[in-house]
Write a protein that binds this ligand. Structure first.
Ligand code: SF4
Ligand code: SF4
Length: 251
């Protein structure tokens, strides 16, 4: 299913309920087109009964000024100014649990649509994306440079007191339990931090080819610089390693 670009707006549109500055109509259309042209869009949005089942089961809707029904309705009715407005704050409340997708009688995935809107917010360097992601720069540094955020033995009572009694499910003698995993590479709890050089190089290629690095540059240039320095260093190490291998063959 495809949706024609909306045409019912004035030259400058501003949601009267929002603090966000008015945006030119062309900008609103460009943003909507970016969301709509994603391959996943037609899969995630099939229509909407406005029944509210998604919102009734949404954990984020219980705690924030956020409603998956509203998000779906904005997209389904191509409400460009409402879509832009929701991207300034509301979309960042979603926990990406996909309860909504499991319940929607239309087979929609409001959580999936929120993800498309978030990616578009990042692509457009929206301030909302920058401020939401800013506190996670250390996490992003680790995630992008090693492919992992946490080593398994970091999940302990001390590090995650907010998990309450649930922490007991993971706070176990991991070193011992891991010995039972048939794959020898998983017998350790520290592999998350010791990434094989070749794996790192492949990971960096994936970040580049999928546009992750470009997105990072848009939202946090300093972090982008730090990470590209790390990548350059690892690539040099990899080249040296290959050269050493060649030399040892010749000997
Ligand atoms: S997205 Fe689905 S569950 Fe939510 S209001 Fe629309 S039809 Fe109902
Ligand atoms: S994925 Fe987001 S919108 Fe859907 S139920 Fe979970 S928190 Fe709510």
């Amino acid at each position: 299913m495809s949706h024609a670009t909306a045409t019912r707006f004035e030259t400058h549109i501003g949601d009267p309920l929002s603090d966000s500055p008015p945006q030119p109509r062309a900008k609103l259309e460009e943003i909507f087109k970016d969301i709509q042209s994603d391959l996943r869009y037609d899969h995630e949005l099939n229509g909407c009964l406005n029944c509210g089942i998604c919102t009734a089961t949404c954990p984020a809707a219980h705690y924030y000024d956020f409603s998956p029904r509203e998000i779906v309705q904005l997209l389904w009715t191509e409400n460009l100014e409402g879509i832009y407005d929701a991207m300034q704050e509301k979309i960042w409340a979603c926990a990406q649990c996909y309860t909504c997708a499991a319940r929607c009688p239309f087979g929609n995935s409001p959580g999936g649509l929120v993800m498309l809107m978030r990616e578009t917010a990042i692509k457009h360097g929206m301030e909302s994306a920058k401020s939401v992601l800013r506190p996670f720069s250390r996490v992003m540094l680790k995630l992008i440079s090693t492919g992992n955020q946490l080593a398994p033995d970091m999940i302990t009572r001390d590090h995650f007191p907010d998990w309450g009694p649930n922490i007991s499910k993971v706070d176990a003698p991991l070193k011992l339990l891991r010995q039972a995993i048939p794959m020898p590479t998983l017998n350790t709890t520290v592999t998350a931090w010791e990434v094989n050089l070749k794996t790192s190089i492949e990971l960096y290629t994936i970040w580049e080819e999928t546009g992750v690095l470009k997105q990072l540059e848009t939202i946090d240039e300093n972090l982008f610089d730090v990470i590209t320095d790390i990548m350059d260093e690892k690539r040099e190490d990899w080249k040296d390693f290959l050269a050493e291998q060649e030399e040892s063959k010749d000997d």
